[in-house]
Design a protein around this ligand. Structure first.
Ligand code: AMP
Ligand code: ZN
Length: 477
């Protein structure tokens, strides 16, 4: 059975059939590295990671490419405002490239803690200027783009269909035409967007490059189109991102990529819905926000957050609260304890194994139903037709996709329990301690007869006492 995945471009669940049998080209919009990623951003990467791992387990050879947005992402999605990187560098009194490196490293360190696999290709946007210029030049030559007022714009009226995702999520469409955003008079159409800036209200752009249209910098959208086409070719199977990226970012990526290529570009669009707090969407620009480091500081294992995310569907908004995270921590702890108790050596009939394996695959094949996948995991743990060894084997397989370190954590828990048992006073220790103390006191009182009698009593109990400069030490012999 093949996977069914909700495709935001067609607004329905579709059978996932990549262009080339057995291979999947997958592109993920990477972070804008002007600050730490918040755990909302990481929900998107985490669910995309589960999808990638599921496809790999299904036997696909997946190539995953991610950009790092280190230039061109302006404060407003309507091409106005300051470059987020410039604002970030000023906030920290550092250079743009310096903070880009710092927050890129921080991002991948967070990913590692959450067991999010490092992509096959990671490309910073600033490393592809030549490619942007080449694509923009062709878009101008073919009439899809026009220079105006110093910038180069994409002409959305040249497309038969520009709004790919709008029937899907009208609310998010409002981003580009937000009230209070000053209209750019150079644009021929309201939704035209900038491919190359040489003029903006913010002249202190840190990084600029020479181009046929003057010294300037690329727009955010062209970065993802070019990076994807460079590494994954003209036909992309799967493009992922958070739901806020559907419009205008992904809509614009499709517009420029298809105008450039002259044919359909990406087959499936997977959008992860937002992590919200009780006061709304989590946002980096809001000042205080939740990071993986904060979770760690508060004593949470980052994988508790992964477990929390897996318990709900990626196409539903998820509400974060400390109470919800505590519930996930308790459930994760109990899960590990139950796995730690699976110490038997018995296996199972192959057919029994296969049935559980099939249910887990079916759960993920059904539009990545991770919470159902976790239910399948509990079914394995309590199964009556599986021995402990068979259960452990299935848990290891499921965990290749779930990424919860289940067997490793269970091993750690077992080792810790054994160490605690060894450190705990054994039965009878208190009695021995008392006899040894009485012997010490008898010796101090020079009552040698009693001291010897006590030594003999201890010997009869199998305990040998040695006198050391630090006092008596006893051991069982
Ligand atoms: P950015 O670093 O702002 O470019 O965003 C990185 C990724 O996080 C993008 O795919 C966004 O769509 C996604 N994202 C932003 N906010 C949230 C949120 N609250 N919940 C889930 N994903 C989000
Ligand atoms: Zn992108």
């Amino acid at each position: 059975m093949s996977m069914k995945l909700y495709n935001s471009a067609s607004h329905k669940k579709e059978e996932f059939v990549p262009h080339e049998p057995g291979k999947v080209s997958m592109y993920t919009c990477g972070p804008t590295v002007y600050h730490f990623a918040h755990i909302g951003n990481l929900r998107s990467y985490l669910m995309e990671d589960v999808l990638e791992k599921h496809l790999r387990c299904e036997g696909y050879d997946v190539t995953r490419v991610m950009n790092i947005t280190d230039v061109g992402h302006l404060a407003s999605d309507a091409d106005t405002g300051e470059d987020k990187m410039v604002a970030g560098a000023r906030r920290e009194h550092k250079g743009v490239l310096e903070i880009a490196k710092f927050y890129t490293d921080a991002f991948f360190s967070d990913c590692e803690k959450l067991n999010i696999k490092y992509p096959d290709v990671v490309q910073p946007a600033t490393g592809m200027i030549g490619e942007y210029i080449q694509v923009i030049t062709r878009l101008i030559d073919t009439g899809y783009a026009y220079p105006a007022g110093g910038n180069v714009y994409f002409d959305t009226s040249k497309l038969e269909k520009y709004y790919v995702f709008n029937a899907h999520d009208e609310e998010n469409l409002a981003v580009g035409v937000r009230e209070g955003v000053e209209a750019d008079v150079n644009k021929r159409n309201k939704n035209d967007f900038v491919l190359w800036f040489t003029k903006s209200k913010f002249e202190d752009q840190a990084l600029k490059w020479d181009s046929p249209w003057g010294v300037g910098y690329p727009g955010w959208h062209i970065e993802c189109s070019c990076i994807s086409m460079k590494y994954l070719g003209e036909y992309l199977d799967l493009h992922c991102g958070g739901i806020d990226n559907a419009f205008p970012h992904h809509t614009n990526e499709i517009a420029q990529s298809e105008a450039y290529l002259g044919h359909p570009w990406c087959k499936y669009w997977m959008h992860v819905h937002h992590l919200n707090t009780s006061d709304g969407k989590m946002s980096k620009s809001k000042g205080e926000f939740l990071t993986v480091s904060l979770l760690e500081e508060k004593g949470y294992d980052p994988l508790v957050y992964r477990f929390f995310c897996l318990q709900s569907h990626y196409r539903k908004g998820l509400v974060f609260s400390w109470d919800n995270l505590d519930n996930a921590r308790t459930a994760y702890g109990k899960l590990i304890a139950r796995i730690a108790a699976l110490t038997g050596e018995e296996g199972a009939a192959p057919a029994a194994l296969e049935a559980y394996r099939a249910s887990f695959r079916a759960a993920l094949d059904s539009d990545l139903n991770t919470s159902l996948g976790i239910t399948c995991l509990y079914d394995v743990i309590k199964a009556r037709d599986l021995g402990d060894a068979a259960k452990r084997a299935l848990i290891a397989e499921f965990d290749q996709v779930l990424g919860l370190d289940l067997l490793q954590k269970a091993d750690v828990l077992r080792a810790q329990e054994a160490a605690d048992r060894a450190a705990a006073p054994a039965e009878g220790d208190a009695e021995i301690d008392a006899l040894v103390t009485r012997r010490t006191e008898a010796k101090r009182a020079k009552n040698w007869a009693e001291a010897d009698a006590l030594r003999d009593q201890l010997k009869a109990m199998g305990v040998e006492v040695t006198d050391t400069p630090q006092g008596p030490v006893w051991k069982r012999v």
